[in-house]
Design a protein around this ligand. Sequence first.
Ligand code: DGL
Length: 269
Amino acid sequence: MAVGIFDSGLGGLTVLNAAQARLPDVEFLYYGDNAHAPYGVRDAEDIYQLTRAAVHSMWDQGCNLVILACNTASAAALRRMQEGGLPKGKRVLGVFVPLIEALTERQWGDNSPPREVAVQHVALFATPATVASRAFQRELAFRAIGVDVEAQSCGGVVDAIEDGDMILAEALVRSHVDALKRKMPQPQAAILGCTHYPLMQDVFQAALGPEVKVFSQGTLVAESLADYLERHPDMLGSGPGGFVTTGNPARVSDRATQFLRREITFRSA
Ligand code: DGL
């Protein structure tokens, strides 16, 4: 019954956590490609090849549906995988669209032409590869007009989180927010466009100030997954759930347990 949740490392746990809370009866297989994280400093071809290999492995383990709980993989690999043709009965979805639908106050799957929306100044925090792809701006342009997006490439934050160095991660977040504010002094909304960043959400919010609405993906993706599974119950899959990693299972389990504040045990992918 497992639905696959994929990330380069630990960030996708923020999506998994929300998905498990929203869908307690669904089994999930979490795959962290920790041996190759961070993806955000790799080129698009490299990210595509790594993502493709992981998604095929999850399909082979019985998942029918794999969620790329990784903006970097969604930006570099999702469209290419979907356009390249998918095996029969298998699907892969990303995490941009639910977030952009929430930002632009659209219902799920509303594909009507772009229109003016309430928010006009948006700060985007993401990995260097996601920022370079401009995938967020492209998806936004399909749905909204007149929105000014200032993107801040947050080098180093994912490495610090993967290493469990939260003091460094906090310092980096503050400096990236300062850099963003020099370019856009008063954003109305901020997008945490990397699934690792919700682990630092309080730091982003404190640095941005209380008047900035911070959007992160966990609950938004969980809601849209619930809606999708209601419409496509055949996507529940057959294989067992659990946690797999390409990295060191003991080390990754320790970090995951620390982040989710519950016992998490990874096995080798
Ligand atoms: N958590 C990922 C994302 O949402 C990937 C971070 C990385 O590996 O650089 O972009």
